[in-house]
Design a protein around this ligand. Structure first.
Ligand SMILES: [Zn+2]
Ligand SMILES: [Zn+2]
Length: 230
């Protein structure tokens, strides 16, 4: 399962999106235009932090989640029959779980003290690129990011293949959300990095329910600002 998450990060963020970022023509499709350009130093720093988070620190969240799944009666056996309707229902639960978990932990990380100690590190990228999707303090990475991803499968006790797919899907989704490309649906999280106090969730559910979606007026003013700069 760890391999599926690592592969998604390497293929989508380090490979595909970095190649696109190297092409000057591609920058016109970024929500923050030329601000999304990063230096070689920033690229290597983001990839080094991302890989160390995935390879060294993710175990602090995945092992307790695995234990929770086993205690709940899940066998974790790869050769058990796979029921598609059941796994689709589990997938829907995972999507809601990550939105609620990420929203709550992310808003907490914007409290002044937690922001200064932990979350400011992730916000170093005001116009993020895909390689910076897991550029985070290890505490934030384990609790806010991996914690929310593995909590769903731990609760639903889904099939291990479905859990591996969910992990790869989550890494792909966060890579694209940080890519800066409109075509990949990056506008909402990109706006969080630019405007800071809006769009805390990974989905539309929590931000809509709690009224923290970026107001259209502010989005339009941001657009003007970017056009003047470019
Ligand atoms: Zn934030
Ligand atoms: Zn981010």
């Amino acid at each position: 399962m760890g391999c599926s998450a690592l592969s998604a990060y390497l293929v989508v963020a380090v490979g595909l999106c970095s190649l696109l970022d190297c092409h000057p023509e591609a920058h016109r499709y970024k929500t923050q235009g030329h601000r999304s350009i990063f230096t070689w130093d920033q690229w290597t720093r983001a990839v080094a932090v991302g890989l160390s988070n995935i390879l060294l620190f993710s175990w602090f969240a995945t092992i307790p989640a695995w234990q929770l799944q086993r205690r709940g009666g899940g066998s974790g056996a790869w050769d058990t029959p796979l029921s598609l309707p059941n796994e689709l229902a589990c997938f829907a639960v995972h999507v809601v779980t990550i939105d609620v978990w990420f929203y709550v932990t992310h808003r907490a990380l914007h409290l002044p003290l937690l922001y200064k100690w932990i979350h400011k590190f992730h916000h170093a990228f005001k116009a993020p690129a895909a390689i910076a999707c897991v550029y985070a303090n290890p505490i934030e990475f384990c609790v806010g990011n991996v914690g929310g991803v593995v909590l769903g499968p731990a609760l639903t006790r889904c099939h291990p293949y479905a859990a591996a797919y969910w992990l790869a899907f989550s890494l792909t989704s966060t890579s694209l959300a940080h890519s800066g490309y409109r075509a990949f649906g990056a506008e909402e999280h990109d706006a969080h990095h630019e405007h800071f106090s809006w769009n805390f969730g990974v989905g539309i559910l929590m931000d809509r329910a709690l009224g923290t979606c970026l107001p259209e007026g502010l989005r339009a003013r941001g657009g003007e600002k970017i056009m003047k700069r470019s």
